[in-house]
Design a protein around this ligand. Sequence first.
Ligand code: PLP
Length: 397
Amino acid sequence: MVSGSMYKLGTAVSPIRAYYELGWSRAEELGRENIFDFSLGAPAVPMPDAYRRELIRLLEEEDQVKLHTYAPHPGVPETKKAITDDLNSRFGCSFDPGDIIMTAGAAPAISAVLSAIKTSPSDEIALLAPYFSEYSAIIEGLGLKKLEIKTLEPDFHLDLDAIERALGPDTAALLLNSPNNPSGAVYPAEDLKRLAEILKNKSEEFGRTIFLISDEPYRELMLEDEEFPFPANFYDDTVICYSYSKSLSIAGERMGYVLIPGANGERKKLFPAVMGAARANGVSNAPVLFQKALIKCAGLSSDTELYRKNRDVLYDALTSMGYVCTKPKATFYMMVKTLEDDRAFCERAASMGLIFAPCSGFGFPGYVRVALCVPEDTAKRSVGAFRRLMDSYRQEP
Ligand code: PLP
């Protein structure tokens, strides 16, 4: 027998991949050079040179057996110290290396935290739409429920009144993603402050700690010269899930962590519960080589200049043609308002060589996500195809 729910998940086409295939199927007709693929959120710049050099040094100089062995389950202690030193100096917090569990990326980190806080099948996780499409698979796969709350157009900031109304006695956590995939929004400090008040009041009202799970893989991808308002500085019961996939351009290497600040209240039990969940799900042990290379490089991140240039080229060109778009302050994603149902829009765009993901898969229909992590030349040359797409709608009666 096979699990029906897992079969369903495994055979469902990801909203990000669905139009990828369709667009590339036109390559023969349009020419490969006329396919502009903005569908995948994979970094388009190399890892920082110092990190690459450190990896090579470790491979050449360190004990090769120890470098490729199992890590201690919560992670390499020196790596965790380097991470907390870096976070404490940048965000003025006082994390302890013992607050961290290294994981093989952010997705396993989120899944371990959600498993650790699930106490009943009626537990729900609040999601702020638009949200990363894979959250649905993780939440539903664990037998939890989604509580979707929309953010506000046009900048996709928090709808705090709606959040206050929606949270209920079954809410186990609110999963926050700032900077946001797909909108590129960075939630301002004053909104995080009010959100913290709401979570605190609702936790008291319902007699259960509502955790704030802060998924922050794009924290280092700020495109403006602005400070990142760090969610853990606003609410004590925050659990950070982090990934190096985007910040160090090592999505294939699988590196991230869970950070549970301080061991007070419910959080005292949460740390061992996350360790237990990682064990139960078989997702502990981030690769030792990549953990060790972080000891000297914890504060580094890849160059974001390409993402900024692509954002500016496409934002300026698209808005001048009449498209409505977000201008992301961070990440490498932009949302563009569609001129019909978002899936139909993606289909028409794919027929012209433009490939992107419909935001109905991100809980916010009526937009597409344009991933800006493409070569500069692709972004520039795509402008003509965007114009043809707009013209095709204007020519309609
Ligand atoms: N969270 C968000 C918002 C993401 O965009 C992604 C990947 O695209 C992840 C989590 C998963 O990251 P990882 O590659 O570390 O599993």
